[in-house]
Write a protein of this length. Sequence first.
Length: 95
Amino acid sequence: MDIFVDGHNLMFFAERMDPRYAVERGEPARDALLGLLSRYVAVKGDKMVCFFDGGRAGGHLPRQAFGRGLQIIYSDPKSDADTEIKQKIATHDRP
């Protein structure tokens, strides 16, 4: 199964349970979330794509990265993660 995750939306939810996921923490919070997601992927064996907004805070990051058992996509600085997710779903062979 392919799972698409909006990274920032998940961080906003997760910070309610654990402050280390607080978006305001920036890269350390993102790394903590990616660690959590990679552990999930390792246990479940699913494919996961985590999307982040690539605007102001993520503009310096690579467009795509692979690691920890998941694919990470940063949106174009002129776009957002929601648009990237919609495009990925529209072109997916099993939406």
